[in-house]
Write a protein that binds this ligand. Structure first.
Ligand code: PLP
Length: 419
C-alpha cells in the first residue's frame, strides 16, 4: 500500500466531524454476518408446507418419528443436485454445519479418522493450517481443543498452495486445514480451478490428514448473471483415487438460504469416511430433525427452486454490498491507506488498512457507537500480526444505518491512518 496523503485533507476538520458524530449517540452494528429481516421474510412460506400427517411421510417412513440417522433420501437428492455430489456421499444432519464440523474434529481427537492408527488427541502435537484472514469460529474450534494453528496467506486464487503443499508434505503433525472455498469468509475469494486441483492432489505426510471444506456460500451469488464457479473437489479427488477422496470432509447448510439456526446442514464425504462417521454418530443421536428436512424438500422442490430463492436474497443483499463498496471507493479510493475487494457473493467485505492501524480504527468506531468485528478476529488466536484486517458484515443493518456506519468507518480509517 503506497500512502498518498492528499495535502488538501484537513485533519482538524475530520476530528470536528468525529466529535459531532460522537454527540449523536449512534448504536450501529457491522459485526453480524446474518440475514436481515427482509431476507428472513422471503422464506416464511416454508412454515406452511408441512400441515398434516401426510406431509410428514418420506420415502423411508414417518418423519415425525425416530430414525434415519443420515437423513431422508429426498433431502440427500436435493443437496446432491444443488452441490453436484452423489447422494450416497451425503449425510443430512441438523440445523448447523458448524455443529457437525465441531463434531467431526472432536471425533478425530477422541477416536481418530477413518483408517488412522491413533486418535489425534493421543498425539503430542496436532496442528492445523488456517488460511488467513479466515472464519473466527473455525479458529475457535482449534483453540478450544489445543490444536496449534499455522496461518497460511490467501492469494487472489485461494490459499498459497506452495506453502500448503510444502507444510502438509513435510510435517506429520499437520492433520487438517480449514477451507471456505467459495466467497470465502471474509475475503470473498473463490478458489481457482488450479487451487482446487492442488488440494485434491495433496500428498500429506500424515496419513490421517483431512481437508475441512466448508462450502458455506456455495449458492450465495450476488450477481445471478455473473456467478463464480467453484471446481468440484470431490470429482477431482475421485479421479485420483480413494486416498485422495478420503482426505475431503465437505460441509454446507441452508442457514443463509432459509433460517439460520433452523436450517438444514449437510456433510459430504467418501464412503469410508461416512461409514466411520455414522458408526460414531449413532452413539450421539438416533437421528436429526427430519420434519425440517422434508419441509425444505417440499418448499424448494429441486435445486432450481433454491437457486431462484437465492436470486431473491441477492436482490436484497446487492444494494447493501454496493453501499459498502461504493462508500469505500468514494471516501478511501486513491488514498493508499486501505484496500478491499468487491465480492461477487458471500456475506462479507474484508478491509485492509495501513499495517498497525486496524485496532485503532476499531476503537475509534466503537467510541462513537459503530461496532465492528474486533480487529484480529479473522486470525488464529485473535492475532493479526500486521494489525491491518477488518471484517465488514453488510447484511443485517437497514440500508440507511449501513450507510451511516460506513461513513463513520471511513472517517475513522482516515483519522487513524492519515494523522
Ligand atoms: C464460513 C462459515 N461456515 C459456517 C458458518 C455457520 O454455518 P451454520 O449456521 O450452518 O452453522 C458460517 C456463518 O457465518 C460461516 O461464515
Amino acid at each position: 500500500m503506497n500512502v498518498n496523503v492528499n495535502t488538501t485533507i484537513d485533519i482538524d476538520a475530520l476530528w470536528r466531524e468525529y466529535e459531532d458524530i460522537k454527540s449523536r449517540g449512534y448504536a450501529l452494528d457491522l459485526t453480524r454476518g446474518k440475514p436481515g429481516k427482509s431476507q428472513l421474510d422471503i422464506s416464511m412460506g416454508m412454515l406452511d408446507v408441512v400441515k398434516s400427517s401426510a406431509d410428514c411421510i418420506s420415502e423411508v417412513g414417518d418423519c415425525r418419528n425416530y430414525g434415519v440417522l443420515d437423513g431422508i433420501p429426498e433431502a440427500k437428492r436435493l443437496f446432491s443436485e444443488l452441490l453436484d455430489i452423489p447422494a450416497e456421499n451425503i449425510l443430512v444432519a441438523g440445523n448447523s454445519s458448524l455443529n457437525i464440523m465441531y463434531d467431526s474434529i472432536i471425533r478425530a481427537m477422541q477416536f481418530g479418522v477413518y483408517g488412522s492408527v491413533r486418535p489425534w488427541g493421543r498425539e503430542k502435537h496436532v496442528k492445523f493450517l488456517c488460511p488467513v484472514p479466515g472464519y473466527d469460529r473455525h479458529f475457535a474450534i482449534c483453540e478450544s481443543l489445543g490444536i496449534e494453528m499455522i496461518p497460511v496467506p490467501m492469494t487472489d486464487d485461494g490459499p498459497d498452495m506452495d506453502i500448503v503443499e510444502e507444510l502438509v508434505g513435510s510435517d506429520a503433525e499437520i492433520k487438517g486445514i480449514w477451507c471456505v472455498p467459495k466467497y470465502s469468509n471474509p475475503s470473498g475469494i473463490t478458489y481457482s480451478d488450479e487451487v482446487v486441483r492442488r488440494f485434491a492432489a495433496l500428498e500429506p505426510k500424515a496419513p490421517d490428514f483431512r481437508i475441512y471444506w466448508d462450502n458455506a456460500y456455495a449458492v450465495h451469488d450476488l450477481y445471478p448473471d455473473d456467478k463464480t464457479e467453484l471446481l468440484n473437489i470431490f470429482t477431482e479427488a475421485k479421479k485420483l483415487g480413494r486416498r485422495n477422496e478420503n482426505m475431503i470432509m465437505y460441509y454446507a447448510s441452508t442457514s443463509k438460504i432459509t433460517f439460520p439456526g433452523s436450517g438444514v446442514a449437510i456433510m459430504a464425504a467418501s464412503e469410508d469416511n461416512l461409514r466411520r462417521t455414522k458408526e460414531l454418530m449413532s452413539v450421539q443421536t438416533i437421528g436429526y430433525d427430519k420434519i425440517n428436512q422434508i419441509r425444505h424438500v417440499k418448499y424448494f422442490g429441486n435445486a432450481d427452486g433454491i437457486l431462484r430463492h437465492m436470486e431473491e436474497h441477492a436482490a436484497l443483499l446487492r444494494p447493501k454490498f454496493e453501499i459498502v463498496c461504493d462508500t469505500l471507493e468514494r471516501e478511501l479510493g486513491g488514498l493508499g491507506i486501505a484496500s478491499w475487494r468487491r465480492p461477487k457473493g458471500g456475506y462479507f467485505v474484508s478491509l485492509d488498512v495501513l499495517p498497525g492501524h486496524a485496532k485503532k480504527v476499531y476503537e475509534l468506531c466503537r467510541y462513537v457507537g459503530v461496532k465492528l468485528t474486533e480487529a484480529g478476529a479473522t486470525y488464529p488466536y485473535h492475532h493479526d500480526p500486521e494489525d491491518k484486517n477488518l471484517r465488514i458484515a453488510p447484511s443485517f443493518p437497514e440500508n440507511d444505518d449501513l450507510q451511516t456506519a460506513m461513513d463513520v468507518l471511513c472517517l475513522c480509517v482516515k483519522l487513524a491512518c492519515l494523522e
